[in-house]
Design a protein around this ligand. Sequence first.
Ligand code: SF4
Length: 68
Amino acid sequence: MISLHDGQCGLCSHFGESHPDQNLIQIRSSKSAPEDFVDDCGHPRHATLHLKVTPISGCDGFAPAMAA
Ligand code: SF4
């Protein structure tokens, strides 16, 4: 598992936005994620590109997700 910090995709509301599930809730609440986890970025400026990001990726579109 890798630890997550504010500003990283794993804690962003756009991470996996189109299909919220238990994995994302777990990642947000524990602020950690499996090393090989990848999911969609749902940010309007990335969604049409089907951008895939890891929990430790990031961009200036970061918007903090509500912790579970
Ligand atoms: S790429 Fe940017 S907008 Fe998309 S999930 Fe990561 S921090 Fe959020």
